[in-house]
Design a protein around this ligand. Sequence first.
Ligand code: SAH
Length: 516
Amino acid sequence: MIYLVGSGPGDPGLFTVKGVECMRAADAVVYDRLAPEALLSHAPQGAEKIYVGKKPGAPTMPQEEINATLVRLGREGKTVVRLKGGDPYVFGRGGEEALALIEAGLPFEVVPGVTSGIAAPAYAGIPVTHRHVSTSVAFVTGHEDPAKGTEDVDWEGIANGAETLVLYMGVGRLREISKRLIAAGRAGETPVACVRWGTRPEQETVTATLETVADRIEEVGLKPPAITVIGDVVSLREDGLDWYERRPLFGKRIVVTRARAQAGELSRELDARGAEVLEFPTIEIKAPEDFAPLDAAIRDLDSFGWIVFTSANGVAAFVERLRHHGLDLRAVPRGAKLAAIGPATADAVRAAGLRVDVVPGEYRAEALLEALLDGSPSGGKVLIPRAKVAREVLPEKLREAGLEVVVPPAYETVPSEEGKDELRERLVSGGVDCVTFTASSTVESFVGAFGGGAKDLLSNTRVACIGPITAETARGHGIRVDAEATEYTIPGLVGAVLGLFAGARDGTAVPLKKDG
Ligand code: SAH
């Protein structure tokens, strides 16, 4: 079976449920440049992924070759998803592919997608129809050169045939097209909007009139892919309908430095506020070199009165190790109390199916220590399954207080090299608005990745830290810190980042601090 599936315009959330189902069943995915990469993760790991879009400096794959690829995969008996940007049947040559499949005697189905001609305007604050403003809309290709006089598009007819015109692929030809439309009787002062990379965090909207749009595009240097909307509906954008671009972090590029496994929450929160998130996994989580100390503690679990978790990773690693030994939560002694260093770790403990007895009001090792000592330990030893290298404050203080403490490495963090060169380039070119650090270890890994140059790389962007310890670590490396969360959590950090860009709709943020 070959599914011709529309990927939607770019926001991965605009993919259809049926599209996801097809992806999950796919043996092979054949995809284009405009189909969002993020959607590929819906396909099974082992599925073949074949890119047939434009590559820089290489000719595009001819349509016949794409058709032949689909036929070949179909004949191999595979379930194939042909993933196409927007909707497969709107300027997507999906019809041609379906005909080729029919000719080859192969079964196919079509899964429509949200087309960019509707979605990009919607995200730019433009409804393509609106009562009393526009009762009709036409989708037009701007691909053809009207100057050649051999085109299929009936520009005269189109000019007055619909109140809203939506042009696909037309940014490069807007000078001729707008001339043509004006010549055919469309008013020169008709509002026009060009929306580039609509529904993606990097969305860019340029507004003008039919008369001025070509000059405007040149001035701004707007490049494809963009949708052009022509008609009075464009003005509705100014009435506040441009919700997407109004989000507080819209247009901001923010780096999230975390272990890939954890990037989720912070990235999601920033994304929901409009930021373009660049995940830079400074660290990777690995099994510790030696499980012997943790295994010994697990064998001896009944002797512990406290189990203290200092990170979600620690929780995951501990539970995983129990499982490795054929054990489950029943191995945790009934009388033992469980503590978590902060709310995120506490959530991880609860998600693992355990109850949390103590979470300190302030999320640092020192605060946890006080809470533990206050909580009159029920006797017995304290187990802290955590990263191989971590701050020693907590175990040391507990020992000073007379408790027996066991600190077996449950996991290890190692520096990650992934995406390093790209990030350096972006930082040097000023293409990053803010870099976030969620733990001292992420600062250390960042500095580890870039060496002595880290401080200078960060001098042109803003730096936000989750709390004072992390900020101290950054300053210790000569890094200027622009914002510190007052609550040492991911939402707290998001708040600090929002503070940096408050009132920044026009792209100007609080000035960079020049001192340390
Ligand atoms: N089948 C696609 C269109 C493919 S033609 C659909 O239904 O959306 C390619 C053109 O689509 C581009 O030149 C551009 O005009 C438009 N396009 C696709 N994705 C876009 C996006 N995210 N933002 C703006 N325009 C986009």
